[in-house]
Design a protein around this ligand. Sequence first.
Ligand code: PRP
Ligand code: ZN
Length: 285
Amino acid sequence: MCSLKIALQKSGRLSEKSIDLITEAGINIMNGTRKLVSRASNFPVEIMYLRDDDIPQYVYDGVADIGIVGENVFREKNKTLRIIERLGFARCRLSLAVEKQSRYTGIQFFEGKRIATSYPNILDSFLKENGIRAEIHEINGSVEIAPGIGLADAIFDVVSTGSTLISNGLKEVETVMRSEAVLVGGNGLTEAKREILSALLFRIRAVQKARDNKYILLNAPNEKLDEIAGILPGMKSPTVMPLAMEGWSSVHSVVNENQFWEVINKLKEAGAQGILVIPIEKMIV
Ligand code: PRP
Ligand code: ZN
């Protein structure tokens, strides 16, 4: 039987959340064993666990059909693949950092300097765009120690919380790109695989939507219902049901995480009481 091969990061920044996403999409993968390849028991996919840096190449070669990778790695490897879906997790940035005691006054600082990085292509285009000539030292891993051991004057690397920079006496001075996990694929999928992919995307989007939204229940005096309905964005319009107590109703709706606190405050001001907020498991719109 035909199955879609999905490449995930074996271990690191993306791996746990990638597996969570697939699992929350209702796909049973036995990740306890973490064999190189494992087949899902209830959906036609095979999961391949690889080094994230290798994922674009494997997808490009057709060894895997799609993959979940950081946009930083995807851009660096520069393969003709497309981003099928942005996944919103593993957010980080690629930044230039210098020693914390350096006097940094602007990008000209890097002229003639040695910069250590695992992302030479992205760095090279950035320097060219800004007319800076610098020496790029490509190293794989532990880039942050390069200035301390005198190998470089600066680094260009992934920054997430910033704690790696701090513990190595470095400071971030230029953000070059922002990154998040992305689902990537090539163009040559067979009809059967395209169908599996679209079923998978349907599920992934339902999981993503559910994560971005909360179910909200509240009680409101009837004369305030119009005002309250106006505050709630909802999927269509809120569900309103009479309460046993005369003159009051229960209102149910869905609120986006981003607008959440603003909406709650307005609801309270409008006279809502007993507000309950509940996570949504799947959301199909
Ligand atoms: C990056 C980077 C730093 C660290 C920064 O490595 O090389 O070591 O993360 O994170 P922080 O700002 O939260 O301290 P990553 O986990 O991406 O590993 P990889 O490059 O080996 O895939
Ligand atoms: Zn990596």
